[in-house]
Each structure stands twice: as C-alpha cells, then as structure tokens.
Design a protein around this ligand. Structure first.
Ligand SMILES: [Zn+2]
Ligand SMILES: [Zn+2]
Length: 423
C-alpha cells in the first residue's frame, strides 16, 4: 500500500514538472506600451497607457527606472490600462519607463527622457541624538525636523563609533518611517569621527568603515556613498590639511561652509582640486533639529529620496544662513555643482537670488573665479537676476557666488567647473 502511494506521488510530481515546462514554452503575454513612445521627452504628470493581454490578470505597476511605482488602473470593458505617473519624482535625464506585471516575462520597458525644472528644498544634513552625544531618539528628532522646523530634507548623523547595530537599525527605520515622497525626505546617515577629522555619510549601506582616511575614501568611493567634510575650521588642521585624494573626490561631494573660517577651508579645498558643494548644517546636539542657524538649499525636480540622493551626488546645493532665500546659479546653462565636460570659449554666469521676506534685502553678490572675487553687484533689493560674462585664459576654471544680506546672513553657491580652450 505504502509503495503504491509512493508511485502515485512520484507520478504526480513528474506530471507537475512536465506541466511547468509546457507552460514555460508558451509565449509570454505581450504588453504594448501605447504611451509614452520610445525617445519621448517627459515632464510633469505623464499619462501612461498600456494595452494588456486578456490572459494577464492582477496588478500592474509603472515606474521611471524604479520607485516610486504607480499602480495601473484598468479601463472598464477594455484591454487598456492607464495611470498618471509623476515624472518630477525621478532625476532628470535618460530613464526607462518600466512596466512590472504578475508574470515577469510579460514585463516591458521603453526608453524616455525626463526633464523638469529644479525646485529648492531646505535641509539639515548633520545632526545628533542620544544614540551618540546628542539628546533623545531618532523618532523624536524626525518629528521635530518635519513638523516643527518644517524642513524638506533631514539627515541624522550620529557618531559612527557610538552607534551599535540595534541603534543603526532604528536610525534607518526612523528615517524611512518619517519619509513621504512629495512632503518630507529623510536620509539615514552616520558621522565618521576620527582625530584626523569628521566626515558625514549619506545612506551608507553599512556601519562598518575603515578607521584610516585613505581606507575610508576607498571604501566610500567603492560603495558609491555620498560624503561631506564636517566643521573643517580653516582647513589646515583637518584631514591632512584637506590633502587632495582622487579616490576621495569620487565620494566626498560637500563641505560645511557657514562662516569666514570655513570659507577659507572651502577656498583651500577647491584650490587643491576637490569638487565640493558648500553645505549649511547645524550639527545640533540639542533638541532643536533643523532650526538653529544654517541650512542647505538642495536643487531637485521634486521631493523624493531618489532625487535628493541624486542631487547631493551632483552637488546641486548651496549653503545658506537664511532659512528661505532662493539662490540659483548657472554657468553656460550648467547648474551649480556641475562639471562642464565640453571645452568652451566663452563664460556666461547667471545669478538669480530672491528672498521671500520683504525686509530681507540682498546687499552684495560676489562672483568668484578660481577662488578670487572678480566682480561684485550691490542689488539693495530682495531679488536680483545678474548676468556676468568673463573671458578667462585657456585652461581650467571654476565659478561660484557668495551672497551677503543686509542682516549679515551669508549664502554660498556650489561652483561650476569648466575648461576654456585655446583661442
Ligand atoms: Zn563632528
Ligand atoms: Zn556632528
């Protein structure tokens, strides 16, 4: 009896396996992407339309190269589905519009290009809780940063050396829990804290990092983690005098610049060859996350984790001691933080600065060329658009602006780097 049972079970298994392989030979149900078309330029809300095969049931999702995913709605009594996809939630540039279905072999994709205007999001990228030498807990810090300070972007960066594995898990969970695309983005972080200097990491994949500087640069570059030099003083006493590292330059994209001494460090770093954006973060150790004295304006097409991480990687940000002053700076059409690859003959810098508060006058705009002020404008107004043309000698150059408000508040843009070719 037992033997007969075994034979029956084995026969059933063989038949089941055969059934699976027959199924595998059937052609995959084919999805047709009706809209958008290959190579199409997308912006704002995108009307995605698909033709769905009858044999495909279950949910279908659409995304631009990844999250956020939008669920397709089926048109009643038709084989079509459609959804409005917000292209502002993903970085500008080439993207794949991806269709995910319950049958992996039916998944489809089409190449498109996304282009949306950049908005400014105010952020604090350096702060602590009681998990290192600050106070209270990550969930409390996030609640404060989002609802009291009303930040757009927040990053907790407790000292790596204090944080145990359980706390690191909680730091990440608190960040993901508090994040809501379109409203508030939190990126989990850690502060590499050594005698030689302090460096923030954004969204690091691990809390285990080499203790030596060269090893750290290499590990961060390999992991593709965006880093920031913290409180550099005048730059001469930290991180081996900010000695240039080609490997480090691949990972470190920002430096805290909030006062005159740090401006000196910034000028030194740029002169040594680093490609860095200035950052204004509070480094708070108290319970006032994101509302002390300095912020970063991050330029991104929309408020999503993907966009913010991408903007930090591209150095699309400025440091500001004013909570809501909007600063834009372009050179030859490139956004602050960009490195223009194609050599150029002419240099045209455009500064747009506007403070929404009627009393917050812009006193002075200084244009820096290779670390020296070469032109100054004195708007004595809350807003100004200023265009400057330069004709530097052949070779490599970089440009950024510093803004001084009547109340003494300062702003620094990220530079644009370029090469001027021989005449
Ligand atoms: Zn520090
Ligand atoms: Zn710190």
């Amino acid at each position: 009896m037992l033997r007969r049972c075994c034979v029956v079970v084995m026969l059933a298994l063989v038949l089941a396996a055969a059934g699976r392989s027959w199924g595998a030979r059937q052609p995959a149900p084919k999805i047709e992407i009706l809209q958008p078309q290959t190579g199409q330029a997308l912006g704002g809300l995108v009307d995605v339309r698909l033709k769905l095969p009858a044999q495909l049931s279950g949910p279908v999702y659409v995304g631009l190269g990844g999250p956020p995913w939008a669920r397709l709605e089926r048109v009643p009594d038709a084989s079509e589905g459609r959804v409005l996809l917000d292209s502002r939630m993903v970085p500008n540039g080439p993207q794949k519009l991806i269709v995910k279905t319950p049958n992996k072999r039916a998944d489809a994709a089409v190449d498109v290009t996304v282009g949306n205007p950049l908005q400014v999001y105010f952020s604090d990228l350096h702060s602590h809780t009681g998990y290192s030498d600050g106070v209270l807990l990550p969930s409390v810090a996030h609640d404060y940063a989002r609802n009291v300070s009303r930040l757009d972007v927040f990053t907790l960066t407790d000292h790596l050396e204090y944080v145990d594995d359980t706390e690191w898990l909680d730091i990440r969970e608190a960040a993901w829990d508090a994040s809501e695309d379109g409203k508030f983005v939190s990126i989990p972080g850690l502060e590499w804290t050594k005698k030689i200097g302090h460096i923030n990491m954004f969204d690091p994949p691990t809390n285990r990092w080499p203790a030596d500087l060269a090893g750290f640069y290499q590990a961060a570059a390999d992991a593709g983690v965006v880093c920031k030099f913290n409180h550099p003083g005048d730059g001469t006493k930290v991180l081996e005098g900010l000695a240039y590292s080609e490997v480090g330059d691949r990972a470190v994209e920002l430096m805290e610049v909030r006062r005159a001494s740090e401006e000196q460090a910034y000028l030194l770093a740029l002169k040594l060859g680093w490609h860095l954006a200035p950052d204004g973060s509070d480094d708070t150790h108290g319970p006032t996350w994101g509302s002390r004295f300095a912020w970063s304006g991050i330029l991104a097409p929309g408020l999503s984790k993907r966009n913010i991480l991408d903007a930090l990687k591209k150095r699309h940000c400025y440091s500001t001691l004013d909570r809501d002053c909007i600063l834009r700076f372009k050179v030859n059409g490139a956004v602050m933080g960009d490195i223009i690859a194609e050599p150029t003959q002419t240099v045209e810098a455009v500064v747009t600065v506007r403070d929404p508060n009627p009393g917050d006058t812009i006193d002075k705009i200084e244009l820096f060329e290779d670390g020296t002020v070469v032109q100054t404008d004195e708007p004595k107004a809350v807003g100004r658009r200023w265009t400057v043309r330069r004709t530097p000698q052949a070779g490599r150059h970089y440009y950024f602006v510093k803004i001084t408000q009547a109340d003494g508040n300062l702003l620094w843009s990220a530079p644009v780097w370029l090469t001027v070719k021989e005449k």
